[in-house]
Design a protein. Structure first.
Length: 555
């Protein structure tokens, strides 16, 4: 066993049994391979931590636990005003922390922009998904909301004197009765108007923004982007802090105060949905559990997202018929597309959602690169091996190695699913496995075939050449494969299930590559050369698919 001679003898003497075993095992791996094609949830790290377990308990045990979405409303660069369609590249560049924005006046606190954002909020409030909205309270005004938190409504509530900061109240910290810290009944030189009043001006917005900034314990300012700042304007009736800093207690400290206005480049718009109600009515928040849908359209060599537009009724009815649930990722993106269609002075962006859709879009857009890679690999194999049959044999070994790896992963998944003891937790790390197997498999097969050719050039016959290749090179490949497998299995010590699974999956891939490209490929080369020898072609200088003969076997 030290020089692998017994294994080489057994494989060569029982070559037909070896090939039959490869065929049988390959057929056995097909169901597992099909099972492994289940979509991978890009967000599924399956981390073992008390925090994530607590989060799962909150979601599963408390019916009031919601699902928060965040839309970013960004001021559009003036050079892109009136351009359509709205794109992320049109966003006003970030000026830096506490730098503010002068054009348009007030930035996202500009009156016309607030009107536009208000119309977007109305779209959300009347959307079909509103049936799943959860109640929550605003940190700015303190009033209860139904599903949507938007800045224009905060101005509306404040200017209607319905905000907690405009009403006498019991201080929640001191439990003492306090007068309202501010108001919208005394607006100085301005007439106090409501937000929906057609006579409302930018000066009213500036004054209301300043009063909310000073009296909401920082909640109003934290709702704006970090470039928020009070910028000087001698024509403004508002006196505020130049270069002020927001303290932890919500107060603003500045060395200089003067006329101006608050400004920023972006603001949040928040949605809060009843997660459990959506799950109960045909939706899923796990990509892996959702029905497979193709929401993309070709755009030249790449693909663009064309979100699936589900209706609430459709998903509910189809779920009742036993169909797979609808993915909320498509819902996220469909709503974003609907809001972005109304963009004029802003760009609406869904933040932090839909990663699986985006990853799949990128994979599709890069699919032509896979074809290019295949051509390059075949060309390089040809340059190294100089025989079409060698290239085909290596290709067969690599293909079966990938099939065996995915098939064994799939079977372990099936067994674990039925026994309740699951050691496979596929994640985005699993996408690296084919690259790993191809890299190792190509190396192993090239070493084995070149040793076979070297023996042939030195005058050895077919059997001896194959025996030397398997016994000598096979032993070296076995040692390197074992050390690689052990290295990957070290991931079993990780607290992250996805990393433990990746170690097992990679070990299966390395083992498959060793058996098929390190051992079976030279045996297949031997039997094919035997076939050519029987056909009197191998020594005749011509092979069915290309030139052969000892003189053609040079590396």
């Amino acid at each position: 066993m030290r020089d692998f001679s017994k294994i080489a003898d057994a494989m060569i003497n029982h070559n037909k049994r070896v090939h039959a075993a490869v065929i049988v095992i390959t057929a056995f791996m097909i169901p597992g391979f099909l099972s492994s094609l289940t979509p991978i949830d890009i967000e599924a790290y399956n981390m073992d931590s008390p925090e994530l377990e607590a989060n799962d308990v909150m979601r599963e045990e408390f019916s009031g636990a919601g699902n928060i979405w965040g839309f970013g409303i960004f001021v559009r660069d003036p050079v892109h005003i009136d351009e359509d369609p709205s794109r992320i590249s049109m966003i006003e560049p970030f000026p830096g922390e506490s730098r503010g924005l002068n054009n348009p006046i007030g930035g996202v606190l500009n009156l016309s922009i607030l009107r536009e954002v208000d119309s977007k909020a109305e779209i959300l409030k009347s959307h079909d998904v509103s049936m799943y909205y959860l109640n929550f309270s605003s940190d700015i005004s303190g009033i209860p909301l139904r599903g949507v938190l938007d800045l224009p409504n905060e101005f509306r509530v404040f200017m209607d004197n319905r905000s907690l900061v405009t009403r006498d109240r019991i201080n929640p910290f001191t439990l003492q009765w306090e007068l309202a810290p501010t108001n919208w009944t005394d607006c100085g030189v301005l007439e106090c108007l409501s937000f929906d009043d057609p006579e409302l001006t930018q000066a009213h917005i500036d004054l209301a923004a300043h009063r909310m900034a000073n009296h909401t314990r920082g909640s109003f300012l934290r709702y704006l982007s970090v470039d928020r700042a009070f910028l000087p304007d001698p024509t403004s009736p508002v006196i505020g802090p130049y270069g002020g800093t927001l303290q932890e207690d919500g107060t603003i400290v500045a060395d200089q105060w003067g006329p101006g206005r608050w400004t920023a480049t972006s603001v949040w718009m928040i949605l809060n949905l009843d997660r459990q109600a959506m799950v109960d009515n045909g939706w899923t928040f796990a990509w892996i559990d959702a029905r497979p849908e193709f929401g993309f359209e070709r755009d030249g060599l790449s693909f663009s997202t064309d979100p699936i537009e589900y209706t609430m009724e459709q998903c509910q009815q189809e779920s009742q018929r036993g169909l797979a649930p609808c993915s909320v990722e498509w819902l996220y993106l469909a709503i974003e597309e609907e809001l972005r269609a109304t963009d004029e002075q802003v760009v609406t962006v869904l933040l932090g959602e839909g990663p699986n859709v985006e990853i799949n879009r990128e994979l599709l857009s890069s699919s032509f690169l896979v074809g290019i890679m295949g051509v390059v690999v075949v060309f390089l194999l040809w340059m190294s091996l100089r025989r079409v049959s060698d290239v085909l044999i290596v290709g067969a070994g690599l293909s079966l190695a990938l099939l065996w790896m995915q098939g064994s992963i799939g079977w372990i998944w099936i067994i674990g699913d039925r026994t309740g003891y699951q050691i496979i937790a596929r994640s985005q790390f699993s996408n690296l496995l084919p690259i790993l197997v191809l890299a190792l498999g190509i190396d192993d097969s090239l070493h084995a075939l070149h040793r076979y050719k070297e023996e042939r050039r030195n005058g050895a016959d077919l059997l001896l050449s194959a025996h030397m290749s398997i016994s000598k090179v096979g032993r070296a490949i076995m040692l390197t494969s074992l050390t690689t497998i052990v290295a990957f299995l070290a991931n079993l010590s990780s607290n992250i299930a996805a990393l433990r699974s990746f170690g097992v999956e990679a070990g299966l891939g390395v083992f498959s590559a060793f058996v098929l490209t390190g051992l079976w490929v030279p045996l297949l080369r031997l039997d094919y050369d035997r076939y050519l020898d029987r056909k009197r072609e191998i020594d005749g200088g011509k092979e069915r698919f290309g030139t052969s003969g000892p003189e053609q076997m040079a590396v």
